[in-house]
Each structure stands twice: as structure tokens, then as C-alpha cells.
Design a protein around this ligand. Structure first.
Ligand code: SAM
Length: 618
């Protein structure tokens, strides 16, 4: 596919430079050679470059600033829009699927059903407009998944949303409230915990300025952070299992560390606070909200030091470079995404009412939204491609792989173009280990790698060549006469390197393919598992699915799962009710997303194995 089709050489060069500027380290990790930078790396990267130019025109259109003559500007804008149309024909024709509650549906064919005006979301929407939110979208339900629909036909460059900074919930606005000031006086409270604890209390305050926003949110989240133990176990052996185990333990530790503070608050303010607001489920609710609904926003000209919270937060394409990772998350390149502060700016985790009702897609309508407009003091969400009235509007939460989506948002994207499989190579051992470690360091090569649906990374292959090199080869690498990244250094070395890779890939793929969740068919995964006489994980999941729907299974741990095993099975005709986001208390929707995650991992591993074998027998 020839994506990069702007005819004028200079304009193409400009777009290309913007694309390079917007490349993320994970994209550069998979770059095969510099000539690839002459083409768009992928839709995300190209969309970011196009959006940057559209934003520039929007800013300079009326005042004629920027040294661009108005007619030349119009011509360039027209060319850019044409470029967009040829770039995303499949998007324009609606050939994009999005995961809803029960089945994959075409985003173009499912029209949103606006939420009732008297529902909590409807009341919130009316309030937001009164507060000055300019919205070209409205909250709607799409086949059981709540999101936002275009309320008129949207053209590239049009604003989907513009939100006054007064509505934002973040450290500064929280500290301007009485509750925030009181919490701020508590020593050693991190920004993350301040925001979580503020949320735990403020959501119960009918007089809070954000009361209608809090009410519009789901009563329960189903992100991986609240997966019951049996569901985590169903992913055993995968990176998601590791990440979930770490992240859940991290939250439990944070909660335990905050417990004395909760007791102190309850003792000090018995007339205002209730003990039920401070249990683990309430803490988890607020934490999951911040993990799955917050954005990382850049505040230009902010004099404050950057308050980097640990929240992952949706990351728009604002400026290149890299953001932090989630608590408990490993620092593999799969956590690499997003934006950072420029000089004089700082990025903060922010709850952005209304915008946080917009769902994610790797084929979004808007990628560039994360910077407060210093002139209007609004947070703007411009579209870079059209959207027809009534269709669902998507933003990109960043190039997020399914592992992160599952753990921190609770869903996965089938055929996610940003999906990855983390691959951790063993540290060097044996008599050559010091030499190997020295060469790896000199080459800037680590042992943590990633696989994608595409060519193997040069860095991964380079690393493997070092790990299996002889003493002489290592010495030549040290002197710089052999470059392991440039290509095979010797037939035997290459054969060994590829055998090592093949063994590592099989070591991941074979246990994955034994997981009952992967083997279960396409229908109702839960039914398939409940009927299966599989191994312990399958029994655990089917046991879990027999739980009474109203018993909170989110606590995990042995006591939670064993205590509830005795509950009566649900009759087949009483399917569980789904919440606004299509999740059910029996975790059936979550099981399906776990299966999508596993299938994505399997596919990438199979493709990588094929590629490895192709290199073995060219
Ligand atoms: C920032 S909120 C988006 C608004 C949310 N749907 C609502 O109306 O409350 C993120 C949550 O929405 C859901 N979500 C977002 N994008 C999705 C998608 N493409 N498929 C399925 N669920 C999605 C997930 O539950 C996720 O944790």
C-alpha cells in the first residue's frame, strides 16, 4: 500500500519529518533500516503527522501568522485532506471493527442510541454543555457499549470536543477544594494517592462541582486490576499473568499502606465520612477509574515541576518521546508510548469529563488532543478524518498493546496493530559471560525484547548473535570489525542464534497453546470452559462462573474463590446483566477479552516462528 502519496516533494518531506518526529521508541525498535522513514511507519504515525499539520493550520488560519500565504495555505490544506482520504480508504468506507459487549460490530453500521436525557450520563452531558463544553459528539450506546456518536458530520480539522480547563480534575483543581487542601496537609501523600483518595470521598458529595460527572460513571469496573484469581490463573504462563499479579499486589500494598490514614480520617471527621467509603472495593474503584479514564495532559508554560503520576493514562500524540509505565508494570518496550513535557511544560494525569466517555480504537478519528490550548485554556479534540453523523467517534489512547488494554482497561482489540509479545532473553552465562555482557552494553543492547506481527527486530537478532558468539567473534565485535546488528556475522553463529530464538519462541508458544481458554471455541467462552473437563485452570474458571452474580468476586485470593464455590449455578436462560461498557458480573465478557489477548499472542508467536524458520532456511 502506497500511503505516502503527496505529490509535491517538499510537502512530502515536511510530512515525513513530522512522522519521524512522532515516531515512538517501539516503532524505532522495529525499524529495519533508515530508508523506511521515507514512508509512513504506520497509520498511527502518519495520523499524528497529519494531525500536527491540521492543528498548525487551525491555529494560524485566521491571523495569517506563520509566514504562510493564505492561498498556499489553502492549497496545502486541500492536499493534506486528499492525502487523508487516500490514506484511510478502509476507514472512510467503514471497514473497521470494534469490540462491543457481545460481538464485533462494524463501527460504521452500528449507529449510536443517545443516552436518555434523564439518565446519569444524559444529565452529566447537559451539565457539561452548560459549563461551556463545545461538543460535536453526544454520549450514546453502541450495541451495549457506551461511547460517543458524532452529532453532525465531522470533517478533518473539526473539533469533536473542546473542554474548558475549569472542568478538569487533576492535582491543581483538587488542591483548590477544601477536601484537597485537607488531604494535601497529610505528609508523604503521593499525587496518585491524593487523586485516588480525593475521588473516594468526593464522589459521595452531592455538592461537589463534579457530582454529575461522578454519577455518570459505571458502578463497577472490570479491568484486569479487579480480575478474580481464577481469571488471572486462566492466563498462567503469559505476560498478562505476570503483569496482573504484580499490579494487583501493588494496589493491595498501596491500600494497606493507606489504611491508617483512612482510620485517621474516619476518626477526625465522623460526621462527614462513612467507613464503607474506605474499603478495598472503594479504593479499587477509584484506582481503576484513574487507570482507565484518565489522560496524560501537557500544560504548556506551567512553572510547576512535572508531576509524573504512576497512572498510565491515555496518551495522545502531542510531542514525541516517552511516558512512564504503570505501577507494577515491567519496563519492557511494550510499555513505551506517548508524550512528554517540553521545556516550560509539564504533564499531569487528568480526568477530563466528557472526553473520557470516548472509546479507544487503533483506527481513531482523533490522535492529537493532549495539550492544553494556552490561548483559550481549553483542551481540544480535533478530528483528523471524517466521521458521519450518528457513527461512533474514537480517539486513540496511544499505541497500546492488548496486554495493557486488558490489564488497565479490561478490553482487547482484535487484530490490534500495536500488539506485542514481550520476549525476555536469558542473561549470559558461562566462561564468556563477561565479554558478552560488555559487547551487549557497548552495542546498547538489552535482554528485554518484543515481537510484533511483522519483521523480527534487528536488535533482537543482534542480541542473539552476541549471546551465541565465540570468544574470537566477541573480540572482533569489541574492536568494531564485526557488527552483530548489521546482519549475520558467520554461518554457524547465525544458525545458533536462530536456534536459540526458535527454542525461546516455542517455549512461549507451546504452554500458551495448552491453555483451555485458548482452546475454547468462538461462542460463549464461559460455556465452553464450564463444560470442559480441562486442567485446574479450566475448573477454576468454570467454578468462578458458577458464582452468584452479585457476590463481589474481585477480591481474588484463596478465601474469596473457595468461599463462593458453593453458590448455586445460574440457570442457562438467566444471562447476566451487562453494565454500560458491556461487562457482566460473571466475567463472561472479560473471558472473551482474555481469549482475544491469548489469540493475539499466539498469532504473533506463530508469525515470528515462521519468520525465524524462513531465516534458518533461506
Ligand atoms: C475512558 S473509558 C471510555 C468510556 C466508557 N465506554 C464509558 O462510557 O464509560 C474506557 C473504558 O471504556 C471501555 N472501552 C473503551 N474503548 C473500548 C473498545 N474499543 N472496546 C470495548 N470497550 C472499550 C472499556 O471498558 C474501558 O475501560
Amino acid at each position: 500500500m502506497q500511503l505516502f502519496d503527496i505529490s509535491d516533494e517538499r510537502k512530502r518531506a515536511l510530512l515525513q519529518q513530522l512522522g519521524v518526529l512522532h515516531s515512538l521508541s517501539i516503532e524505532l525498535y522495529f525499524l529495519q533500516d533508515a530508508s523506511q522513514l521515507r514512508q509512513p511507519l504506520n497509520l498511527r504515525n502518519e495520523a499524528a503527522a497529519v494531525s500536527l499539520l491540521l492543528g498548525f493550520f487551525a491555529e494560524h488560519h485566521s491571523d495569517g501568522e506563520g509566514g504562510i500565504d493564505a492561498r498556499a495555505q489553502q492549497a496545502l490544506l486541500a492536499e493534506l485532506l486528499r492525502h487523508g482520504r487516500t490514506l484511510w480508504p478502509e476507514l472512510a468506507s467503514g471497514n473497521v471493527t470494534v469490540s462491543g459487549s457481545s460481538s464485533s460490530s462494524s463501527a460504521a453500521t452500528v449507529r449510536g442510541e443517545p443516552v436518555p436525557a434523564d439518565s446519569p450520563a444524559g444529565q452529566f452531558e447537559a451539565w457539561a454543555v452548560q459549563q461551556g463544553v463545545a461538543a460535536g459528539i453526544q454520549i450514546a450506546s453502541f450495541d451495549g457499549l457506551r461511547g460517543c456518536a458524532a452529532s453532525r458530520n465531522v470533517a478533518p480539522g473539526d473539533l469533536l470536543l473542546s473542554i474548558p480547563s475549569d472542568l478538569l480534575i487533576y492535582q491543581d483543581s483538587v488542591l483548590a477544594t477544601d477536601l484537597g487542601r485537607m488531604l494535601h496537609a497529610i505528609p508523604n501523600l503521593t499525587v496518585d494517592n491524593l487523586l485516588i483518595i480525593f475521588t473516594m470521598i468526593d464522589r459521595h458529595d452531592a455538592d461537589s462541582q463534579w457530582a454529575l460527572y461522578w454519577r455518570s460513571l459505571p458502578h463497577k469496573y472490570y479491568t484486569g486490576l479487579s480480575f478474580p484469581q481464577a481469571l488471572v490463573d486462566a492466563l498462567r504462563g503469559t505476560a498478562a499473568h505476570l503483569e496482573l499479579t504484580r499490579a494487583q499486589a501493588h494496589l493491595r500494598q498501596q491500600f494497606a499502606a493507606s489504611k491508617p490514614l483512612f482510620d485517621m480520617l474516619l476518626t477526625a471527621y465522623p460526621q462527614f465520612l462513612e467507613a464503607g467509603w474506605f474499603d478495598y472495593d472503594s479504593y479499587l474503584w477509584a484506582a481503576e477509574l484513574w487507570y482507565s479514564y484518565a489522560f496524560e495532559i501537557e500544560f504548556p508554560d506551567s512553572s510547576a515541576a512535572a508531576d509524573k503520576g504512576g497512572f498510565p493514562a491515555a496518551v495522545a500524540d502531542v510531542v514525541p518521546v516517552v511516558t512512564g509505565s504503570k505501577p507494577g508494570a515491567s519496563t519492557t518496550s511494550s510499555s513505551t508510548s506517548g508524550s512528554s513535557a517540553t521545556t516550560g511544560s509539564c504533564c499531569k494525569p487528568v480526568m477530563v469529563p466528557f472526553a473520557c466517555h470516548v472509546n479507544h480504537s487503533p483506527w481513531p478519528h482523533c490522535v492529537r488532543y493532549g495539550r492544553l490550548n494556552p490561548t483559550t485554556r481549553t483542551l481540544d479534540f480535533p478530528a483528523f478524518r471524517p466521521c458521519t453523523k450518528g457513527q461512533q467517534v474514537f480517539i486513540s489512547y496511544g499505541p497500546v498493546p492488548n496486554l495493557k488494554l486488558l490489564c488497565y482497561y479490561g478490553f482487547c482489540v482484535p487484530s490490534n496493530p500495536h500488539d506485542l509479545v514481550p520476549l525476555q532473553l536469558e542473561p549470559p552465562e558461562g566462561p564468556l559471560q563477561e565479554q558478552q555482557a560488555a559487547v551487549l552494553e557497548a552495542q546498547g543492547l538489552g535482554l528485554e525484547h518484543s515481537l510484533q506481527d511483522g519483521p523480527l527486530s534487528r536488535q533482537l537478532l543482534g542480541c542473539l548473535r552476541v549471546v551465541v558468539a565465540t570468544a574470537e567473534e566477541l573480540e572482533s565485535m569489541r574492536k568494531g570489525t564485526l557488527d552483530p546488528m548489521a546482519g549475520p556475522i558467520a554461518a554457524e553463529n547465525e544458525e545458533q542464534a536462530l536456534h536459540t530464538l526458535q527454542a525461546a519462541l516455542l517455549g512461549l508458544l507451546e504452554p500458551l497453546e495448552q491453555l483451555p481458554l485458548l482452546a475454547a471455541g468462538d461462542g460463549d467462552v464461559a460455556e465452553a470452559l464450564a463444560g470442559a473437563n480441562g486442567n485446574n485452570a479450566a475448573e477454576a474458571v468454570s467454578g468462578l462462573l458458577r458464582l452468584h452474580p452479585h457476590q463481589p468476586a474481585a477480591d481474588g485470593g484463596a478465601d474469596a474463590s473457595t468461599a463462593k464455590q458453593t453458590a448455586a449455578p445460574r440457570p442457562a436462560d438467566q444471562q447476566p446483566q451487562c453494565n454500560e461498557n458491556g461487562f457482566d458480573a460473571d466475567w463472561r465478557t472479560s473471558l472473551r477479552f482474555c481469549q482475544i489477548y491469548l489469540r493475539g499472542q499466539q498469532y504473533i508467536l506463530q508469525q515470528s516462528l515462521k519468520e525465524c524458520q524462513r531465516l534458518m532456511h533461506p
